[in-house]
Design a protein around this ligand. Sequence first.
Ligand code: S3P
Length: 166
Amino acid sequence: MSGPRLVLVGPMGVGKSTVGRLLAERLDVGYRDTDDDIVATEGREISEIFVDDGEEHFRALEKAAVATALAEHLGVLALGGGAVLDADTRALLAPHPVVYLSMDVEEAVRRTGLNVARPLLAVNPRKQWRELMEARRHLYEEVATAVVTTDGRTPEEVTQAALDAL
Ligand code: S3P
């Protein structure tokens, strides 16, 4: 099978980029992140894209970025937290090993706090987290070949658990 050795999905702030880089090191492969790809291609931050053009436009860019990265990248690939909202994207993930990094709502609030760079949490972080998790948990589970909880674990421990789950 061609394509990434491993795809990481899960909510923002769960540690996909930190753990993704550690996993790439351990597997001796490259690391890629579709949010970074979008920022590089667009020449502006994700938050600016949301403000200037709206979420729908961002989702279209994200869908294209994920399809490209899945076709091109052979290492560890981290997707933005909302990438799984798209049914075509979920279908594209089917042949690949996908690890869902999970965390509970209180952990999420603690980790991301009032981070204004995360446009989906700007108003009421706890309520918005709860709604996001409820809307998305089943989508993460649908695409995942393994679920690894990050609650109370260091990035190194999460990395080891993900390797064990592969
Ligand atoms: C989003 C997650 C973010 C980024 C954008 C939207 C989401 O990615 O794509 O702010 O809908 O959950 P990270 O999960 O990498 O923070």
